[in-house]
Design a binder for this molecule. Structure first.
Ligand SMILES: *[C@@H]1O[C@H](CO)[C@@H](O)[C@H](O)[C@H]1NC(C)=O
Ligand SMILES: *[C@@H]1O[C@H](CO)[C@@H](O)[C@H](O)[C@H]1NC(C)=O
Ligand SMILES: *[C@@H]1O[C@H](CO)[C@@H](O)[C@H](O)[C@H]1NC(C)=O
Ligand SMILES: *[C@@H]1O[C@H](CO)[C@@H](O)[C@H](O)[C@H]1NC(C)=O
Ligand SMILES: *[C@@H]1O[C@H](CO)[C@@H](O)[C@H](O)[C@H]1NC(C)=O
Ligand SMILES: *[C@@H]1O[C@H](CO)[C@@H](O)[C@H](O)[C@H]1NC(C)=O
Ligand SMILES: [Zn+2]
Length: 350
């Protein structure tokens, strides 16, 4: 039931005014809607060799696995967990990268307070539509030395988007992060881990490196109303991961979008911190987190001279509901094998 392929995640993004006073220079697309690219961005991929892997179709929010997948020529992580040669997904033994996806949110500051108190850095994979609502929170995370990475603009399945839409998803999100922090992230986590060679080629042409994960907290289930997910399971999993700390390392996926997932993180993270050396994705993979080179990739101490490196994760799942300005709830992307999600509506009306 909880295997990766049958997961359906409901992410409740509330497009509400976060009362930011930050003055963006750009006029950004509507949060969570698939944006159009600026014309000049298209030339960035015009010389690139891009796989002609077909755009994957969705039926009722469920991704349709192409019939001819012998040998998985397009390396679709969603169906086979296929990784491309440049995809990052883990850390070396004894080292752990904890990642939070879908923020920044109104609950991220509580997480940042906790991380300050233990002086540990994580990676945040931020959604463009959230960045323009919570720029002060993003700035705080960056200034505290966390690693900022990207998680697209609309949080749709990337394999379902056209090349032009993918350019827009990446470049608008990059631009928003750059306006707030002054840096352009290199790391991108595809929502739901949904990536194939076409998406990889476009990421590469634009200077982005995909990041998946090695283990999943499944924390988003805590926000579901069914109550079937037991909070103790995350601690149980963390204990299991910790027990392998002399031989393994990893990258874990969590979310800073919900109150409950942030509260859970504050509870289970000590188990990771005791067992592993916590680093950001860039630190443990010895890659720079930003195109500008900020952040010392070889600095394994908990503070980084040039600021931050970090980003958070995304969910391997399925249903994204969005509340637009008029408070309507709208399903933007539904999950893979799609089971229905009750939680989004509750979040959205909260
Ligand atoms: C693409 O190739 C053309 C012709 O060689 C060149 O003028 C242009 O600068 C290239 N564009 C990029 C983005 O590399
Ligand atoms: C780990 O979490 C999964 C759900 O994500 C749960 O089914 C499993 O029982 C947990 N393991 C432990 C040891 O708690
Ligand atoms: C978040 O959860 C805490 C309990 O940990 C609760 O006190 C608080 O009211 C919640 N905040 C919101 C906005 O629901
Ligand atoms: C493994 O984790 C335990 C606590 O769970 C800790 O005492 C021990 O030092 C850790 N070992 C290494 C090599 O980090
Ligand atoms: C980081 O360290 C590795 C191994 O010593 C080295 O090869 C690499 O050039 C270093 N990278 C930077 C940016 O200093
Ligand atoms: C928001 O929702 C309302 C009511 O469903 C709808 O009429 C309107 O077109 C939506 N606006 C956007 C920007 O999606
Ligand atoms: Zn996500």
């Amino acid at each position: 039931m909880l295997s990766k392929l049958v997961l359906a995640v409901t992410l409740g993004f509330a497009a509400v005014n976060a009362q930011s006073t930050f003055q963006f220079k750009e006029t950004y697309p509507v949060p969570f809607e698939i944006p159009q690219p600026k014309q000049e961005w298209l030339s960035l991929i015009s010389n690139a060799t891009i796989s002609d892997a077909p755009i994957i179709q969705q039926v009722d929010g469920t991704l349709q696995q192409p019939q001819d997948v012998t040998g998985d020529p397009n390396c679709v992580w969603t169906f086979t967990e296929c990784l491309g040669p440049d995809d990052l997904y883990t850390c070396p033994q004894k080292i752990w990268g904890h990642t939070f996806d879908d923020g920044p949110s109104e609950f991220t500051p509580k997480l940042l307070d906790y991380l300050d108190s233990v002086n540990k850095k994580v990676t945040f994979f931020v959604v463009g539509g959230q960045v323009i609502q919570y720029p002060e929170t993003l700035k705080r995370a960056y200034d505290a030395g966390h690693e900022i990475a990207m998680h697209t603009w609309s949080h749709n399945y990337m394999t379902t988007l056209t090349n032009e839409q993918l350019v827009a998803e990446l470049k608008w999100t990059e631009l928003a992060v750059k306006e707030v922090t002054g840096v352009s992230p290199r790391f991108i986590r595809p929502p739901f881990g949904n990536i194939d060679n076409r998406v990889r080629d476009i990421c590469k042409a634009l200077g982005f490196v995909p990041v998946i994960w090695s283990v999943d907290t499944n924390d988003w289930y805590l926000n579901e109303q069914s109550g079937s997910f037991q909070p103790a399971w995350i601690n149980g999993n963390v204990t299991e991961w910790a027990s392998t700390n002399t031989t393994t390392g990893g990258i874990s996926l969590a979310h800073d979008l919900y109150n409950v997932t942030v509260d859970a993180a504050i509870e289970y993270m000590p188990g990771l911190i005791d067992a592993f050396e916590l680093q950001t994705v860039g630190q443990c993979n010895k890659q720079q987190a930003y195109k500008e080179g900020a952040g010392n990739v070889n600095d394994t101490s908990s503070t980084q001279p040039n600021g931050p490196a970090s980003s958070s994760g995304s969910a391997p799942e399925s249903t994204v509901s969005v509340q637009n300005e008029s408070s309507a709830t709208r399903v933007l992307a539904t999950g893979m094998i799609g089971f229905a999600l009750a939680g989004a509506a509750a979040f959205l009306t909260a």
